[in-house]
Write a protein that binds this ligand. Sequence first.
Ligand SMILES: [Zn+2]
Length: 490
Amino acid sequence: MRSGVCRPERSEGAKAAGWLLRSRRSLRMTALVLMLCLVGPVASAQQAPPPDFDALAREAGERLAEYLRVRTVNPPGNETEGARWLQQVLAREGIESEIFESSPGRGNLYARLRGTGARRPLILLSHIDVVPATASAWRADPWAGELRDGEIWGRGALDMKGEAVVELMTVIALKRRGVPLARDIILIANADEETGSTGAEWFAREKADLIGDAEFLINEGGGNQMDDAGQVLYYGVAVTEKIPYWLRLTARGAPGHGSIPRPDNAAARLARALGRIAAYETPLRVTPPAAQFFRDLSTRERDPRRRRWLADPAAAIRTREGRAFFTAELYYNALLRNTISITGLKGSDKTNVIPPEASAELDVRLLPGVAPAEFLRELRAIIADTGVEITPLRPDREASTSPLSGAVIDAIRETVDTMDPGALITTPMLAGYTDSYYYRALGIGAYGLDPFRTTVAEDRTVHGNDERVSLANLRFGMEFFYRVVERVVR
Ligand SMILES: [Zn+2]
């Protein structure tokens, strides 16, 4: 729709990550250029200038500090309190919402901003719960929503109350400005993402009638990676994710006294099985989303050898060096194979007692397109001991992939082109897991989009210590996210 000529110049302020410092005047200039660009055959009289993003970001900061103070640490989650907080913020704007508890105290919020219905709805999804925090290990109180040195501190600032507030303020800004919507916007905040996704699973199942008409969904799971110098490496939009397939292995044998060793010691039998698993290298497989991600990265790679490997990972993994390159990088390795991490171990709790039973838990993550039954056969062959019982701890699921093109992807491309011209946009697979799965399963095109741009060090504060988001990031994220959503729903 828009030609390159019409791209507003990227301001110095943006380059220096000094978004907040960018002058109002330059912002107005950007808005003016944008407006001029939009005045074409598709422009309508209803088109308004963009909102005052500085003001919106300030408001988002205040709301985020409040939301961080609502303790929704999971367990127990206590999400109804978080849902009520969201509800009263929406109510002040005249937006009605409903709270549905998937179990007592586990509230899920639903609100819908009506459009003309010309196109199918867009869902903005978040989760209300946060993981625990060890306050003594933090440099600030994780539950105070404190503003310090230009950053808002608190558990959930990045995962994901920060993004939830950006979603909330986007809906509010669209409502306040009376933006004509071709699609309804549905705001959903689910309970219990962090321990079992029971909120999203319940909501997608029990409230399917409320959301079944949706075409697209935006949720956490994306990642806009910055290097330590503040340069954006890429804007990553997650289109699929690996599926957890957690397993328990159990070996049994006769119990006895540790002073009289027995050949059928359950702990020893389990240890042999685990030894085989630990030594096993699952086959490397290049799935289409992984191939696309590496191809995208190859376009920015300076080293000719690495560029060649990234451009054609299927060929690269057939060579020793190419294989070593991909498997040495832990994240790349996880994108190219089903992975097995041995985690929980249980045997005897007494040194001198041979236990009747020993067990281990495996955190298995399957690539999209891999059937759990197929993986189970592979694992049984590796263990090669029918006496070791394998029990799946999660239901059988297979990941699906959202379309690599369409209205959401187009809107993200156009927005990045406007705000950060020339930056790389890619569609990585998530090695982790989000609530998007349950909505993808309903046929909704779900995308992981992060409003913020973060370094690897900042990413480590997620589920770690000192989680926080800068006001500059909030300012960027507010504009970035609003522009994407407005493009999708107009
Ligand atoms: Zn999260």
